[in-house]
Design a protein. Sequence first.
Length: 360
Amino acid sequence: MYIEKAAYAFQLDSTPVECKAFGNGHINNTFRIVTESGSKYVLQRINKYVFKNPIRVMANTSAVTNYLRERVEDPRMTLHFIPAKDGRYYHKGPDGEFWRMYDYVGGFTLDMPESDEDFYQSALAFGRFQELLADYPADTLYEIIPNFHNTIDRYKQLKESIEEDCVGRVEEVQEDIKFLLDREKAGGLLQVMLDNGLLPLRVTHNDTKLNNVLLENGTRKSLCVLDLDTVMPGSSLYDFGDSIRFGAATAAEDEPDTSKMTLDLHLFEVYTRGYIEAAPALTDLEVTLLPLGALVMTLELAVRFLKDYLDGDLYFSKIDYPEHNLVRARSQMALVADMEKKWTQMNLIVAQVADQLRRK
Ligand code: GN1
Ligand code: MG
C-alpha cells in the first residue's frame, strides 16, 4: 500500500517502522506512524472530494500553526506540521493524493464529555484558539470551502437537491423538508449579520466538535485543537454553536432514537462559561447571540445531512447503513426542536454568565 511510502516522503527523525489506522473523523484517512527511534507522528491523506485544493488547506493550516507556536506556553498547545523532504508541508503521491504529517504528542479525544470538566476544558481550548488569533489578519487566509457555514447558501443547495431528487428519496422525507424550510429565516440570520458588518469576521476553526480537542493523559487538561482543515474567516458563533450542537447534546450525532436527543442545559452553561472566560475579545453582540449560534449550527447540520441523503451520500460518504445520513439529519432536527423549547433558559444562562465574567 502507498501509505508506508507516503510516510517516507516526510522529514521524520528516523525510518518509519509502524503504521496503523487511527482516529474516527468523517473526512480524512488518518494513520499513526512510529519510527525506529520510537518517535510518533500522525499521517493523513487529505480527502480531495471535500478539499478541492489541498495545497491551500496546508497553506492556511501551516500559517496559523506557525503563528500559534510563537504564542503558546507549551509546544503541545498547537499542532506542529512536519515538512516533506522537499520542504513543502504536503506530499503529493503518484496517484495525485495529498498527504501531510504532524507530531503525535499523546493525549486522547472524546466523543462525549465524561465530566463537566472535560467539556469545560474543550471550551477553554476553542476560546483560547479564538483569542490567540484575534489579531491574525483573517482576510489573508484562503476560504477553503466557500460558503462553508453560509446557511443561506446551505438552504439553497438543499432546495436544489430536492428539485433534482437524483436517487428518489424526496418522497419519504417530506416532513423533514417541511421542518427545515419552516426555519429557513432563522437559519440565515447570522449570515445576514456577518454580511452587513454587525458581526466581526474572525479566524475561526469551523469544526469545533469535542473530538477535535486533544486532552492530556492524567490531568485531562485541554492541550490543543485538532483538525484545522476548515480554519478560515468566519464567525465565532459558528465555533461556539458547533461545540454545543455536538458536545452539549444528550445523544450521539447519529442516535436513531430521536427521543434521546435533547440539549443538556447544564453542559450548555459549562461551555458558555469556559468560552466567555477564554475569549474576552468577543463583542457584546457576539455574546448575546451565542444561543443563536447553537441553534443555527444545529439547523445547518440537519440541512447538510439531509441534502447529502438526497444526493446519495456523496459528501458524508462514510456511512454504516443506507439511512445513516437521514438518521443524522433527524437527530439534529430533534435537537433544534429541543433548543426551541429551552430558548428562554439558554438566553438567561448566557446573560447570567456574561454578567458574572464580563462585568467591567
Ligand atoms: C465533518 O471530519 P469531521 O468528522 O471532523 C464535517 C463537519 C461536520 C461533521 C459532522 C470538512 O467533520 O463540518 O460538522 O463532519 N467536516 C467537513 O460530524 O465537512
Ligand atoms: Mg475531525
